[in-house]
Design a protein around this ligand. Structure first.
Ligand code: PHE
Ligand code: CO
Length: 301
């Protein structure tokens, strides 16, 4: 398969210098998915990634994820049309997919979620990026995030998270850091105890070949029971596999644990130090204590 550049190119507006280096800044507007502009190469990237992940995820992804993905009618045949997925999604849980150019400013993102709109990056990675790319693309967003929006409990959790985000944004940057860690360790990198054992539900894992295996089977990372405040205090890795995964018993547990007002929690945590990503605490419910083998020694966020 040749890797000629796609006709479909995202509109990067400029690069902005931040504490994380130069990052692309995209328009924050909602854009129409330019479906007709996808090339044969784009569709083929979708097909390859879809088939590879579905094979890997049998027996690894949570039952809820696999059932939801099938129910949506996502197939490996071609890049799905947001408009078609929206028909079923709107009827099932009231969510709507909206096309975006890439990562959004936090408040814009929270506002979408609070209103049951899920922003999906419309462009897909190049064939030479099948295994890794640094920013979310269509495969991560659509294959990874969207299926569980069909699940009524998870769908409610995501909207509640959006409202919580708007609120945390009004409280201050430290509250936002705490809340973002919750998103990271649940929505992006969460594990769940299914009837048949430990399974994946986090989007960052289900959309990654390497991490779908690593998160469940490697002896290196910690696997620790979900604990809201513990998670809010825990730093994370953005450039390597996680050092710690947090395990929920059910989406209902997630919903219940996050129902209380977070204000007093944010206030309490403001005076507490954060934990490094790989730390195991006395108070942890440890399912697996990681060996730490192969961990990068540099700092985590
Ligand atoms: N209960 C949280 C608050 O008061 C909001 C929230 C709900 C955050 C669900 C995350 C997930 O801020
Ligand atoms: Co994501």
């Amino acid at each position: 398969m040749s890797s000629q550049p796609s006709d479909a190119t995202p509109a990067r507006v400029e690069h902005q210098h931040t504490d994380k280096g130069y990052v692309p800044v995209y328009t924050t507007a909602v854009v129409e998915q330019p479906w007709a502009a996808y090339t044969a190469v784009d569709h083929d990237v979708w097909t390859q990634l879809f088939e590879r992940q579905r094979t890997l995820l049998a027996g690894r992804a949570s039952e809820a994820f696999l059932v939801a993905q099938d129910a949506m009618g996502m197939t490996p045949d071609a890049i799905p049309k947001f408009s078609e997925l929206n028909n079923i999604l709107q009827r099932t849980t009231g969510w709507t997919l909206v096309g975006v150019e890439g990562l959004l400013p936090e408040l814009t993102f929270f506002d979408h979620l609070a209103n049951r709109r899920f922003p999906v990056t419309w462009w897909i990675r190049k064939p030479e990026q099948l295994d890794y790319l640094a920013e979310p693309d269509l495969f991560h967003d659509l294959f990874g995030h969207v299926p569980l929006l069909m699940n009524p409990v998870f769908a409610d959790y995501m909207a509640a998270y959006g409202r919580g985000g708007v609120k945390a944004h009004g409280i201050g940057p430290e509250a936002l850091v705490n809340l973002t860690r919750l998103y990271w360790y649940t929505v992006e990198f969460g594990l769940i105890r299914d009837a048949d054992g430990l399974r994946i539900y986090g989007s960052g894992i289900v959309s990654s070949k390497g991490e779908s295996i690593y998160s469940l089977e490697s002896p290196a990372p910690n696997r620790i029971g979900f604990d809201l405040e513990r998670i809010m205090r825990t730093r994370y890795r953005i450039d390597t596999y996680q050092k710690t995964y947090f395990v929920i018993d059910s989406f209902e547990q997630l919903m219940q644990a996050t129902e209380p007002d977070f204000r007093p929690i944010y206030a309490r945590l403001a005076d507490e130090p954060s934990h490094p990503a790989g730390t195991v605490l006395e108070s942890d419910r440890v399912f697996h204590r990681g060996t730490g083998e192969g961990w990068a020694g540099d700092a985590d966020f």
